[in-house]
Design a protein around this ligand. Structure first.
Ligand code: KG4
Ligand code: ZN
Length: 354
């Protein structure tokens, strides 16, 4: 089955071509530079950029996926490429409404114009199922046994999800306020660092002392599986608010290491509780924050203590938002015959739940 996947839920315009769960191409046009000077994603700017980029990005995904020779216009690639496509998968939500709208409308137009089946995918399902993806050579071979327990952590969400089988999801823990990636981004902003803050904090933390500053581990003592990061953020704010700029600049590595450790300790502690309670057979982790090498190490150590296999995206680009993950989730839905009934009526859903 050949799948064209489209993802525009936030600030990246993404398209991918897959054959079943094999990724033939995965194109991400990042808008990071456009949003960086505002310190976060500006919805109107995101919408305009998505609209400008979506067709060229789809054309590029066809060009790379099918190794097409150079043609004149994006439409030429799309006309040729669509002939080979069986289904179109698109992110329906959750995400930024006007950004989602661009992807959903484009997918609908293509489905109608070329008479293709359409699949609506939940962005979070994509983040989790990306762990089933294979490269074009069919690697890696992974055996995920169920029930699996997923930790998915990005700038928009932080969730622990029990998966008794593919397609069935129970959210057993989630953040009550900020997402973990958002918490990292906000702390980075307080320290005068760039956006997105997660990767910058990771780099600085490598040379820092994680015990430099005593920071809270929110909800740590409670047996509930939910997260909260706003108290940590506020505590950090009050600790450095009266520091002169020079003092912050001189301690960036130690501050980053301490803050990052507080976020990751919290993530791990609740995930550990969830493993003890639900006794899964496999662990899977994903989302932008799982690009972080320190977190990956903590996760591997945790899995080892339980003697469980843990899977994380095999390529960095698969952690952050991308369309290949939507393609894999779309493929799984196609196997279950979950196609959109009336293509014209599909609507974006910014608050879509699992
Ligand atoms: O999955 P993603 O691209 O988009 C959402 O669905 O939100 O995740 C973006 C988030 C941002 O908060 C970013 O700071 C964080 O992932 N992130 C990282 C790293 N790379 C991206 N956080 C920590 N370490 C990283 N290396
Ligand atoms: Zn995401």
């Amino acid at each position: 089955m050949i799948i064209l996947a489209i993802e525009t839920s936030c600030d990246d315009t993404c398209a991918a071509i897959l054959e079943n769960e094999r990724i033939l191409s995965n194109v991400v046009s990042s808008q990071t530079d456009l949003h960086a000077k505002w310190g976060g994603v500006v919805p109107d700017i995101a919408k305009r950029a998505h609209m400008e980029n979506i067709l060229p990005v789809i054309a590029e995904s066809f060009k790379r996926g099918f190794k097409m020779k150079t043609m004149k216009t994006a439409t030429d690639y799309i006309d040729q490429g669509m002939k080979k496509v069986d289904v179109i998968a698109v992110t329906q939500g959750p995400g930024l409404a006007i950004a989602l709208g661009v992807g959903v409308n484009t997918a609908k137009e293509l489905a109608i114009k070329y008479n293709k089946k359409l699949i609506a995918v939940n962005h979070i399902e994509g983040h989790m199922l990306v762990n089933l993806a294979k490269n074009s050579a069919g690697k890696p071979e992974r055996k995920i046994e169920y029930p699996a327990l997923a930790l998915t952590v990005s700038g928009g969400h932080t969730k622990i999800v029990l998966i008794p089988e593919i397609g069935k999801y129970t959210v057993i823990g989630e953040t009550l306020d900020d997402a973990a990636g958002e918490a990292l981004d906000k702390a980075a902003k307080m320290m005068g660092l760039g956006y997105p803050g997660g990767p910058i904090v990771e780099r600085l933390a490598l040379k820092g002392n994680p015990n430099f500053m005593d920071l809270p581990r929110p909800l740590a003592d409670k047996k509930i599986l939910d997260y909260s990061f706003s108290g940590l953020k506020t505590s950090f704010y009050y600790k450095i608010k009266d520091w002169p700029k020079e003092q912050i600049a001189a301690n960036l590595a130690d501050l980053s290491a301490s803050y990052q450790k507080a976020v990751f300790d919290t993530l791990i502690r609740k995930y550990k509780l969830a493993i003890e309670k639900y006794q899964p057979k496999t662990l899977i982790a994903s989302g932008g924050v799982v690009s972080n090498m320190a977190l990956r190490k903590d996760l591997r150590r945790l899995a080892k203590t339980f003697g469980l296999p843990i899977f994380m995206p095999f390529n960095k680009i698969l952690n952050t938002d991308n369309a290949a993950m939507i393609g894999v989730a779309g493929y799984c839905k196609a196997l279950r015959n979950e196609f959109v009934d009336k293509v014209e009526e599909l609507d974006r859903n910014p608050r879509l739940t699992l």
